[in-house]
Design a protein around this ligand. Structure first.
Ligand code: ZN
Length: 119
């Protein structure tokens, strides 16, 4: 690698899963020398897969981890691919996700059933 000091170019957030440094998309696009680090571009991972209702909550995630995780359940992904991530961290994020999810998608009011007329 050339003499570029990468440190100041890193995104402020590190990857939730591998804790690795990431680059913001704009940074990667601004520096052709960084194109080799495309797999470290910052993305957002829907901690809980969309198919399981995870819309509304994301964690910072490098492209690499996001790609590997796909639509796996977060704990399943952790056990299989990122066992170094403390279970507590995932649990805490899941708790946060639940709260965020409720905040984003408020419960629908129950539609009162029409009363059946008994004669
Ligand atoms: Zn990662």
């Amino acid at each position: 690698m050339s003499g570029i000091d990468l440190q100041p170019l890193f995104s402020k957030e590190s990857c939730f899963w591998c804790d690795g440094p990431m680059f913001d998309r704009e940074t990667i696009e601004a520096y052709p020398e960084l194109h080799q680090f495309r797999r470290h571009i910052k993305t957002r991972d829907h901690l809980v897969p969309l198919k399981d209702g995870g819309a509304g909550f994301t964690v910072p995630c490098c492209f690499n981890c996001n790609h590997a995780k796909g639509s796996l359940d977060p704990m399943e992904f952790r056990d299989k691919y990122r066992p170094d991530v403390p279970v507590e961290k995932v649990v805490q994020a899941l708790l946060d996700a639940k709260l965020a999810h409720v905040a984003v998608a408020p419960r629908k009011k129950r539609v009162t059933k029409r009363r059946r007329v008994v004669r």
